[in-house]
Design a protein. Sequence first.
Length: 224
Amino acid sequence: MLSPYEEFNFNKNQNHIKDTAYNTLFVKYLIENTKGYDKMTEIDSTDQESLIIKRNGGFPVPGMIYTFMYGGADQIMLKFGQKNFIDVAPLMFCMNNDRDSFKGINLNMLPYNARLDFLQAFYLTFKDFFERDAEVLAENNKLALNVRFIEYVKSGKGKDMLYMFNKKTGANFNYGYRSYNIRLVKNLRMVEYNEWNYIPWYEPKNAFREMNQSQIHKLYYRSK
């Protein structure tokens, strides 16, 4: 499994990569709601989503990335006050969960380069899993869970990891940290590992209400 930086350098030479990212991460999952075998359209496609559904009903697992339709409002808290917005289609890296909610980083809120930096930092921290286990297990239709990360966040050290990532990259990943009420979630979908490479290119068109993506990204830089 290539690192996110390697994937990015390969994809930047691909025609219409932003369109492909949008059609993969939004249209396929949330508009067409394509599932199972039907969503496996590429040579390296996998279906970890179905395995997790069989295991726990599909409830978000730390270390996985999810997209879904959300019916709740949100706020950005900054030094000069707060800004209200709604993201109706978050793209969320799950960091923890409980019975009624799950928490993580809404990657839509991060500028494209910050998303790439986050994925790279996560990859390098758990490089043994991504290089040795994830791809082999997924391609052989076996559940590829990042057990070391799950144990790490369940021990309450998730914020320590974000602090370390922020320090290494000069980013503010906490800006996108959010909690989602499971009752307000519709059409929860898990993004396959082989599709993470589209995340730095993804533009969630018309997903934001009250503020647009450009405004949210500008506020990100003011939060650093």
